[in-house]
Design a protein around this ligand. Structure first.
Ligand SMILES: [Zn+2]
Length: 355
């Protein structure tokens, strides 16, 4: 059930236009990952899943060379025979932490999506927002997209992943760039934890900082490229949910990272005309690109079509998968372009939610 006060509360809780201040405090223990845990593998289905459990971090690495027919433990991207994008085979976990068992659930679930891509989810036990964060590696630097809603040792976790990646690739230090999909508090609360860290740059919060860092002169029409070293990302201005919102398209994996503009949940729209224009520009930009998946920053839908969780619900039983695809982006574009005036509109996998 949805209530009319939901958007207002979310604006307050999500930080509104201004970034939420972080006091830099963390709770819990450090993000050290141990090697204790369980390992399960099946050779029949050519699927190997290794799960390492530690407090407060769980690392799940999954590789698969075929559609999983034996365990149902992973979901595979549909690889078009015409795309030729190898990384379309990036893997998502069978299950994200969902806040149902806070006694055993880690503060952050760390999932290796592909060789150079990690997806992190903040536990609903630490924030009802349960935001996702992305870490993309190139040969020269890594880009962290979002830092969560606070009360997690995101700096320790990410620096650990960067150090591990560096060690596995010759040992030279690699720059960490801390950026954000947009300026709302549930995505930037951990930024301050990275201030002053070695080999670390911070994009900064808000439109001016984003423009300056990425060299975007004509916001929001200009799409720029950002090179991680052999991995060039498209940075797409995407105001509407929030003024400084961006999407990131990664040709290496065929993934579009859409933050809070499109995810399986309530798509809060603060500036409707800007949002409609942004979706249109993103669709146009992707028209000649290979898109394997569309990954946003939250899950608020259940597995029942059109049914969402309550606002601020502390756990997500039977949660919708994170992944959406290009068809959803087109469905969203068509929906908002067809609206004579902004109205709440329930779709199977997302809800258009003008504020
Ligand atoms: Zn959010």
């Amino acid at each position: 059930m949805r209530t009319l006060w939901t958007p207002l509360l979310c604006v307050l809780a999500c930080g509104g236009e201004e970034p939420a201040a972080s006091d830099g405090t963390t709770t819990g223990t450090t993000g050290t990952t141990t090697t204790s845990g369980t390992t399960a593998s099946t050779t029949e289905g050519a699927t190997t899943t290794t799960t390492t459990t530690a407090e407060p971090v769980t690392t799940t690495s999954t590789t698969s060379t075929s559609d999983d027919s034996s365990t149902g433990s992973t979901t595979s991207a549909t690889t078009s025979a015409t795309t030729g994008v190898q990384e379309c085979a990036g893997e998502l976990p069978a299950h994200w932490i969902d806040g149902i068992d806070c006694g055993s659930e880690p503060q952050v679930q760390v999932h290796q999506y592909s060789a150079d891509t990690w997806i992190l989810r903040q536990s609903l036990c630490t924030s009802f927002e349960g935001p996702f964060m992305m870490l993309l590696f190139g040969s020269e630097r890594a880009l962290l997209l979002d830092t969560g809603d606070g009360n997690i040792p995101i700096d320790d976790i990410v620096h650990g992943l960067v150090d591990d990646w560096s060690q596995a690739h010759g040992g030279a230090p690699i720059e960490l760039v801390v950026g954000n999909t947009h300026a709302h508090g549930d995505h930037v609360a951990g930024n301050d934890l990275f201030v002053g860290d070695a080999d670390t740059s911070i994009v900064g919060i808000g439109e001016a900082a984003v423009r300056q860092f990425f060299g975007i002169d004509a916001w929001p029409e200009q799409i720029v490229q950002y090179d991680l070293g052999g991995r060039v990302l498209d940075i797409v201005p995407l105001p509407g949910h929030e003024k400084a919102h961006i999407a990131v398209y990664d040709p290496a994996t065929g993934v579009v990272f859409t933050g809070d503009t499109l995810y399986p949940g309530r798509l809060y729209i603060a500036d409707f005309p800007a949002y409609v224009a942004s979706i249109g520009r993103l669709v146009d930009h992707l028209a000649d690109k290979e898109v394997c998946r569309v990954l946003g920053a939250h899950i608020e839908m259940t597995n029942t079509p059109g049914e969402d969780f309550e606002f601020m619900q502390a756990s997500h039983p039977d949660e919708h998968p994170l992944e959406l695809d290009m068809a959803h982006l087109l469905e969203l574009r068509d929906a908002v372009e067809a609206m004579q005036e902004p109205v709440i509109e329930v779709h199977d996998d997302f809800i258009v939610y003008p504020l």
